[in-house]
Write a protein that binds this ligand. Structure first.
Ligand code: SF4
Length: 236
């Protein structure tokens, strides 16, 4: 065996694709994402640019960090819940929390909050993100990444949260930062994002694909997109 052989074997391990909460077509982690990429995912389009062993290792390191932080949160908040599930349903142009006991339809967006606590006082959704030092330090100066806030916000809407907390972990140096958000900072923009995602799903059901996020395909999302080649071939 040599290193290249092992790297290829790691690259062959597919990205663990956890089912969306309640088997909804959309998931909260799509927040802020390219509409065309979401369309490809909904179509089960075969990946033309599969993940490398580097991405798969990074993903699994991130998953391990999640588990440690979730265990620590459970110690701090014994009544809290890791991987709390919630759903959102699109009703016309409105977005509402989905009630599993209600037989009025299936959820459009399934959400797994990394942690949910304070349900009888100040219900709070916690989203954990592990990152490299550069991104961690950048957030300290410029604030959190918008798509992280939107992802947490979708779970917040689904679970009836008041506050959101983003836990950023510098996975190389072990530093932690917690950013807490009042409803005025997230609820309206999360609602808009849920409406956008529901529209992407509607396009999918009509057999259409949204335009690319960047016609030049130079944004970082394109660089790591599993459908870069097919998207480029499809044009704009
Ligand atoms: S290559 Fe870029 S524009 Fe095309 S689907 Fe992927 S992220 Fe979207």
């Amino acid at each position: 065996m040599n290193a290249q052989l092992l790297e290829r074997a790691i690259a062959g391990i597919s990205d663990p694709d956890y089912p969306a909460a309640f088997d909804a077509p959309l998931r909260a982690s799509f927040a802020g994402g390219c509409a065309r990429r979401i369309g490809y995912q909904l179509r089960n389009e075969p990946a033309t640019n599969p993940l490398t062993h580097v991405s798969i290792l990074a993903f699994n390191i991130g998953s391990a960090v999640h588990l440690v932080v979730q265990a620590a949160l459970q110690r701090l908040y014994p009544d809290g819940e890791a991987e709390a599930e919630g759903g959102l349903i699109a009703l016309g142009s409105a977005i509402c929390p989905w009630d599993p006991s209600d037989d009025g339809g299936e959820p459009t967006i399934g959400c797994h909050a990394d942690f949910f606590y304070g349900s009888d006082a100040l219900p709070t959704v916690v989203e954990i993100k592990s990152m490299q030092p550069y991104a961690f330090n950048k957030a300290k100066e410029e604030g959190v990444q918008e798509h992280h806030l939107l992802q947490a916000g979708l779970a917040g809407l689904a679970l009836g949260a008041e506050y959101l907390e983003l836990v950023y972990v510098n996975k190389s140096q072990g530093q932690i930062a917690v950013y807490r958000f009042h409803p005025s900072a997230w609820r309206a923009k999360a609602t808009q994002e849920a409406i956008r995602l529901a529209r992407v799903y509607e396009l999918h059901t009509e057999g259409e694909l949204a335009p690319p996020m960047d016609p030049e395909r130079k944004v970082w999302q394109c660089k790591f997109c599993p459908w870069l080649a097919v998207c480029t071939e499809a044009g704009n």
